[in-house]
Design a protein around this ligand. Structure first.
Ligand SMILES: Cc1ncc(COP(=O)(O)O)c(C=O)c1O
Length: 412
């Protein structure tokens, strides 16, 4: 069934910040891969929680604590279902994708990865999906191999296959690159890695906000994402884990709530998912993320994806026609998410971003926490425009006008 087009003007009205002016110009917010703006419903849900239900969940028998527990646990079911996790026990609240990946590194990696084991990553990973595994490899004496990329920014599947033949212990990869925009076939990668006997970790920080994701269909062991990149608050994220894996794992953080009983001689861990949720939790984050999921579900994830695909197609067309622009990643918009990283001549990306900012256009410049990828592209940095549900073609035009100004200033 064809997805319904998004009603952009109605959506924009839900985001008061989009009315802001920057340096006297209309704000054009194109830094959504870093963090997205929040609709009024998310902000109001948090306010409503604090004014009507606030208490510490799971801790009291009084009415407010019961209400806070209902909000907290009810949100877990909804957020889990959003990514196809039908079992409540498989959805762990964390501080974000980074913490989710660290939980796997400590909880699963430390007890299961041994000396000389192989960990397979890809050249398009964010530092959050590299550094934890480097620390693990250093701790265990394991080795890491990075799947190379093809010239058009896709994974080199022949190299991936060669690495699978070496029976890796762990294979960790992104579903969507935060720099190239490349969307990887996670179902195929998980199936092949599993066949090779590996545990699979999917970094979904740039995919769950932008497309329909189903962990069961994908067949991953772990999947990590952050709330703030999908209209929710900062400081909240999810680790989905296959139950058998989570059961065999050690806690990552310890303290209150993650135990069944504590004696002077030791402690027994709580059941899933609480075993991994030590201390008072970020309930306002959970409430906000739950409201963000409601918002995205009302739009429909297929419609979200189609809107971004169309916008990226338009932006790629305009950028390809502009002199001096080098675009990284696949050219086919159906192979990529809503990010476009580029360089303009040899102008430093920070200069580009500053000129764009003067025109009200917010983009990101730098290495985008993907230095190995930058090295493999032979560049120190790039400028990145990233889109979301409220962005329009007119905003792509504003980006192009601002780039034309940069070209004039630098005489390109
Ligand atoms: C692909 C990818 N993975 C992981 C992360 C880390 O997310 P967070 O900083 O929310 O933990 C990011 C953030 O930019 C990302 O783009």
């Amino acid at each position: 069934m064809k997805s319904q087009p998004l009603e952009i003007e109605r959506i924009r009205a839900d985001f008061p910040i989009l009315k802001k002016r920057v340096h006297g110009k209309k704000l054009v917010y194109l830094d959504n891969a870093a963090t997205t703006q929040k609709p009024r419903s998310v902000v109001e849900a948090i306010g409503n929680y604090y004014t009507k239900h606030n208490a510490n969940p799971h801790r009291g028998v009084h009415q407010l604590s019961i209400e806070a527990t209902e909000v907290f646990d009810g949100s877990r079911k909804k957020i889990g279902a959003f990514v196809g996790a039908t079992d409540y026990d498989e959805v762990i609240f964390t501080a974000g994708a980074t913490e989710s990946l660290n939980l796997v590194r400590y909880g699963w990696g430390s007890p299961n990865v041994a000396e000389d084991d192989l960990i397979v990553l890809t050249m398009m990973e964010h530092h959050s999906n590299i550094v934890p595994w480097q620390l693990l490899a250093a701790e265990k004496g394991a080795r890491i191999e990075f799947v190379r990329l093809t010239g058009n920014g896709r994974l080199d599947m022949e190299h991936f296959e060669e690495l699978m033949e070496q029976s890796p212990a762990l294979v960790a990869f992104t579903q969507c690159s935060n720099v190239l925009g490349t969307i990887n076939d996670t179902k195929e990668l998980c199936a092949r890695a599993r066949q090779a006997g590996a545990t699979t970790v999917v970094d979904a920080a740039q995919s769950v906000p932008h497309m329909a994701v189903d962990v069961k269909e994908m067949g991953c062991d772990f999947l990590a994402f952050s709330g703030h990149k999908m209209l929710g608050p900062m400081g909240i994220g999810i680790l989905y884990g296959r139950k058998e894996k989570l059961q065999e794992m050690q806690p990552f953080k310890s303290g209150g709530d993650m135990i069944k009983e504590v004696h002077t001689t030791g402690a027994r861990w709580n059941d899933l998912p609480y075993k991994f949720e030590a201390g008072t939790q970020n309930v306002e984050g959970v409430v906000g993320l739950s409201a963000a999921v409601d918002y995205l579900q009302a739009l429909g994830m297929d419609s979200v994806r189609e809107h971004e695909r169309e916008l990226v197609s338009y932006a790629l067309g305009r950028m390809n026609d502009a002199p001096g622009v080098t675009i990284y990643g696949p050219q086919d918009p159906s192979e990529r998410g809503g990010v476009i990283s580029f360089n303009l001549g040899d102008i430093h990306p920070h200069d580009i971003a500053s000129i764009l900012d003067e025109e009200g256009v917010a983009v990101r410049s730098g290495h985008h926490c993907a230095q190995p990828l930058m090295e493999s592209l032979g560049i120190p940095a790039a400028t990145r425009a990233s889109f979301y549900v409220y962005n329009t073609r007119e905003e792509v035009d504003a980006l192009m006008d601002a780039l034309a100004k940069a070209r004039r200033i630098f005489c390109i």
